[in-house]
Design a protein around this ligand. Sequence first.
Ligand SMILES: Nc1ncnc2c1ncn2[C@@H]1O[C@H](COP(=O)(O)OP(=O)(O)OP(=O)(O)O)[C@@H](O)[C@H]1O
Length: 328
Amino acid sequence: MLEMSVDDELSIRGLKTYFKTKTGYVKAVDDFSMTVKKGEIMGLAGESGSGKSTIITTVFRVLPQNASVMGGNILFEGGDVLKMDRKKFDKEVRWKKISWIPQVSMDSLDPLYTVKSQMVETIMVHEDVSKGEAVERTYEALESVKLNPEIADKYPHELSGGQKQRVIIAMSLLLKPNLVMADEPTTALDVVTQATIVDLLLSKKKELGFSMVFVTHDLSLLATFSDKVTVMYAGQLAESGPSESIYRNPQHPYTQLLLKSIPDIRKWKERKLYSIPGEPPDLENPPSGCRFRTRCPFAMPVCKEKVPEPVMTKEGHVVACHLIGGSK
Ligand SMILES: Nc1ncnc2c1ncn2[C@@H]1O[C@H](COP(=O)(O)OP(=O)(O)OP(=O)(O)O)[C@@H](O)[C@H]1O
């Protein structure tokens, strides 16, 4: 049996989630591991298409029809989320223990129902409470994310992006989950609204004490609040470790280049914008060995032959790179 440490909230081990296509399988998440400790904020970063959302939808068990979990475990509160009976997961885990804050998009709230009816329904499906009590809790939840109670009777299309994201946050915290997975929660919002949404999430975290996975392609945003950062490349782990150390002393060439591509506002006059040369690989036919080797300035012959094994460095980072350690 796979054991978790008492201070682990979520432990993803060797996860493989593939999408079936007409021509084969997109290996969107391929042997990926990550542990989130209780109460910590884990930032999950990587370029678009690196598999971040697929990890979240695999944990939340909302994968599309053409996806299959080909291997691995997702350990949470002593059990494997992937092996749990579907009905039990829906009733006891989804929203109640693990919740999800998706991007503000057209389909994150049901367009046919008012905010109040969606929130009341969420409470009543999971808890044995009267409708009156569920309505009362809905108003309290809206107030706790600083929304006017009038919002309760509105339909999603009547709300601004920022209001919609506050409703989604209120909904995701309704049942006081232990783990919140926020998937690019501020993308598609303007910069000022982005900052207020991050502040709101951080203050709710302080108040309620949940652990959080915060998915973003924006490493500069994570720097301001995450305890740890995991960097993914093409469905696999590149580097993971304590935030401060990752930003000060990145070990993986991909992390180094990602950090180099963050614009420094203090040097805006003299500095050209940097972007990593090349494109992320086709995940239906990824390169052999290290998937980053086709863009890596330090690629060596071994990088083509062997998949690098994640190893712990003296800085306390887990790094999958032949410059650092072993191979599979
Ligand atoms: N339903 C699907 N069928 C086939 N391929 C898919 C499907 N959903 C996602 N993919 C592919 O899986 C890979 C990982 O996608 P995913 O959305 O997890 O990446 P991401 O890092 O979250 O990207 P972004 O930051 O753009 O949201 C991509 O190559 C994507 O094209």
